[in-house]
Design a protein. Structure first.
Length: 595
C-alpha cells in the first residue's frame, strides 16, 4: 500500500489533516512561522483553525455541544466540559476542588442520558449514548482544560456529534428530569438505518449527490459505512490485534472467526485479549494506569525515565505526590536510582517510552525490570513509537500502554488508546483485580468501528514505514549541514533496542533531525514538501518543529535534557521511497548559502 504525498503547498494553515476530514486528529501548520504563531495565539493562525490536535484543542463539535448544554442548563457566566461517564466527571470535580477549594459549591454535574434507553431502541441500546457535563464558572476554564487535556478522558468528537443530535431533538436529557415512562423514539433520521456515517458540513460543487454530505458520499460509495451493530465485534478484533494474536490483513467477519496465532507475538505465556483494555485515547490509558497503580500501592512518587511526551510527566506531577524525573534515560541515572532504592527510598511506578519521543533513545528495560522486582515498583511502558510489531516490551512491563490514534490507525481520523497487563508480572493479580473492578469501556462505538477498519492492514503498513524511515535517514545522514539524526538504529542506546526488537521488526517510522543553526532548521522545514502538523504515525509523512509545539513555554527546560528547540521531527508514511528521498533532498538543497 502506498499513498500520495500530502504536499505542504496544497494544504493551507488551519486545514484538517487529512484535508476535509470532519474528525481529523491533525491540523496543517505548514511553516515555522505558523507554528510559532499558533503557540503565541496570533489571530492570523487561530482564526483559520478548522481543528487542532485533540486534548490541546477542543474540537468544534464538542465546543458547540458544550455551549448548547450551558444554554439549556447553565448560566451565561458558566462553561461546560464534557466527559463520557459520571465517574470521570466526579474525578474532574475532585480536581477542581483540589485546585481551588472555594469552588466546591460552584461546580456541578449534569448527567445526560437517552430518553429512549429504557424502551430499548435498537441502535441506542447498542451505542448507549450518554454524556456527563461539568458545569463551572467560566473564569476557571483553565482548571477544567488542565484535567481534560492531561487525563485524555473527554468525549470524542464523534460522541459529541451523535449526542448533540439527540440533545437537539429532546432525546438526551438530564437524568434527574426523566419521567417514569420515557417516550420511545428512534432518534435522529440518519441513525434510523442499520448504519451511520460521519457528519460533515454539506458543501456544493463537490461531485456528490445534491443535499448529501461529502463524507456520507465517500463512505457509501466505497462501502465503508459504520454499522453500529458491529461495535462489540469491532472491539474484539481491535483487542486481538493489540494482543498480537491477530496479524492477518482481514475483514471484520474473518477477524472474528480466523484461528488465532498459537504463539502470540507478545511472547508472554498466558497472555490473551482478556488482558487488553481500550481507552478513549493513549493519554487516557496512561492516566488510568497511574491512577490504578496508586489505588493499589497508595500515593507514592513515581519515576519518569527518559524524556517523555509532555503529558506523561504532567500526569504524575499533578495527579499524585509528584515524580522523580530522569530526563536523559541514561545508565548513570539508573545508577543513581539504584543507590536511592538501596538507601530505602520507595516509588510507585516507573514510566518510560520505548523508544522515547523525540530523541528516539531506548531505556535499559532489562535492568529496570530487575530493579522493579527487587524494590517492588510497577513498570509502565509506552510502546506507541516502537509498536509491538517492531519491539516486544511486554516481558519487561507490568503495564504496557499505547496510543492507537497513531500508526495502529494510520488514517488520522480517530482516537483510541490501548492498555495491556502482563499476566507473568509479579503484581498481575493485584493489577487484574483492580482493572476488573474499576474499568469502564468509554471508547465510543463509532470510533471503535473506524479504528477496527483502519487497523486491518496494520502489519503491512508497518513494514513499509520501517523501510521508508531508513531511506530518509540515509538522505539526512549523508548531508554535511545536518548536525544529528535521531533514530533507534543510530542511537547510542541501540543495544537496548536490539534486546527488544522482534525477529522481523524494524526501527519504526519516527525520526528527528537537527542542524547546526536555526536558520538551516527553518529553511529545511519550510521547504519540506510534506504535510506539516502535530501527531505521528499517519499513513502520510507528517513533519513538525516538535519542541516548538510541545514545549514552547519551557524551551530552556527542554534544552537542559538535550532536546533542542530547533528539532524537526518526521513521522514517515507510506509513500514511495524514491519519492520521499527526492522530497527530502529538495528541502536540503534549499538551505541558505553558508556565510
Amino acid at each position: 500500500m502506498t499513498v500520495a504525498i500530502q504536499r505542504d503547498n496544497d494544504v493551507e494553515v488551519g486545514e484538517t489533516l487529512p484535508p476535509m476530514t470532519a474528525h481529523a486528529v491533525s491540523v496543517s501548520l505548514p511553516t515555522w512561522k505558523a507554528n510559532v504563531g499558533y503557540e503565541e495565539g496570533e489571530e492570523w493562525v487561530l482564526s483559520k483553525m478548522k481543528t487542532g490536535y485533540p486534548r490541546f484543542y477542543i474540537h468544534k463539535m464538542i465546543a458547540r455541544f458544550a455551549s448548547a448544554i450551558i444554554e439549556r442548563y447553565g448560566n451565561i457566566d458558566e462553561g461546560a466540559m464534557l466527559f463520557p461517564s459520571n465517574a470521570i466527571a466526579q474525578r474532574c470535580v475532585q480536581f477542581f476542588v483540589q485546585q481551588n477549594p472555594d469552588l466546591k459549591s460552584q461546580v456541578r454535574i449534569i448527567d445526560l442520558v437517552s430518553t429512549a434507553e429504557k424502551a430499548r431502541a435498537e441502535e441506542l441500546a447498542i451505542i448507549s449514548p450518554k454524556v456527563s457535563a461539568i458545569i463551572f464558572p467560566a473564569v476557571h476554564f483553565k482548571i477544567a482544560k488542565t484535567f481534560w487535556q492531561h487525563s485524555g478522558d473527554g468525549v470524542s468528537s464523534r460522541r459529541a456529534e451523535y449526542c448533540h443530535n439527540l440533545f437537539n431533538k429532546g432525546l438526551l436529557v438530564d437524568q434527574g428530569s426523566l419521567s417514569e415512562s420515557p417516550r420511545f423514539c428512534k432518534g435522529p433520521r440518519r441513525y434510523q438505518k442499520s448504519t451511520s456515517i460521519d457528519l460533515t458540513t454539506p458543501s456544493e460543487g463537490n461531485g456528490t449527490v445534491e443535499g448529501q454530505d461529502p463524507t456520507q458520499f465517500v463512505e457509501e460509495r466505497f462501502g465503508r459505512n459504520l454499522d453500529i451493530s458491529m461495535t462489540a465485534n469491532a472491539k474484539v478484533a481491535v483487542r486481538r490485534r493489540i494482543a498480537g494474536s491477530l496479524t492477518a490483513d482481514v475483514e471484520l467477519p474473518e477477524a472474528l472467526t480466523l484461528e488465532q496465532d498459537t504463539e502470540n507475538i507478545r511472547d508472554v505465556a498466558g497472555f490473551s485479549e482478556d488482558d487488553v483494555y481500550l481507552y478513549p485515547c493513549g493519554m487516557s490509558s496512561i492516566f488510568n494506569a497511574h491512577r490504578n497503580c496508586m489505588a493499589i500501592k497508595g500515593e507514592k512518587k513515581s519515576i519518569v525515565f527518559g524524556f517523555p511526551y509532555i503529558d506523561t510527566l504532567k500526569i504524575v506531577e499533578k495527579f499524585g505526590p509528584g515524580c522523580e524525573f530522569y530526563g536523559f534515560g541514561s545508565s548513570e541515572e539508573l545508577d543513581d536510582l539504584e543507590r536511592r532504592l538501596e538507601n530505602g527510598e520507595r516509588f510507585l511506578a516507573l514510566f518510560t517510552e520505548f523508544p522515547g519521543n523525540p530523541l528516539l533513545r531506548s531505556p535499559d528495560l532489562e535492568r529496570i525490570r530487575s530493579l522493579a522486582d527487587k524494590y517492588d515498583f510497577f513498570v509502565v511502558i509506552d510502546e506507541t513509537v516502537g509498536n509491538f510489531l517492531n519491539v516486544n516490551v511486554l516481558p519487561y512491563a507490568d503495564v504496557v500502554v499505547s496510543s492507537l490514534t497513531k500508526v495502529f490507525s494510520g488514517d488520522s481520523n480517530v482516537m483510541g488508546g490501548g492498555l495491556i497487563l502482563n499476566p507473568r508480572g509479579k503484581s498481575y493479580s493485584a493489577l487484574k483485580r483492580t482493572w476488573d473492578q474499576d474499568y469502564e469501556d468509554n471508547h465510543w462505538a463509532e470510533d471503535s468501528i473506524v479504528l477496527e477498519r483502519n487497523s486491518r492492514d496494520f502489519v503491512t503498513r508497518i513494514e513499509r514505514i520501517n523501510t521508508n524511515a531508513e531511506a530518509i535517514c540515509d538522505v539526512l545522514r549523508a548531508h554535511p549541514r545536518v548536525k544529528h539524526v535521531y533514530y533507534p538504529k543510530y542511537s547510542d542506546t541501540r543495544r537496548y533496542y536490539e534486546k527488544c526488537r522482534t525477529p522481523n521488526g524494524g526501527y519504526g517510522g519516527l525520526l528527528s533531525v537537527t542542524f547546526h543553526n536555526k536558520q538551516d532548521a527553518v529553511a529545511f522545514f519550510d521547504n519540506l514538501d510534506t504535510a506539516k502538523g502535530p501527531s505521528l504515525g499517519t499513513n502520510f509523512t507528517l513533519s513538525s518543529p516538535y519542541v516548538i509545539l510541545a514545549h514552547y513555554g519551557e524551551l530552556d527546560w527542554a534544552a537542559r535534557w538535550g532536546v533542542e528547540a530547533d528539532i524537526v521531527r518526521v513521522s514517515v508514511g507510506l509513500e514511495e521511497s524514491s519519492q520521499l528521498a527526492k522530497i527530502f533532498r529538495g528541502a536540503l538543497a534549499a538551505l541558505p548559502d553558508e556565510q
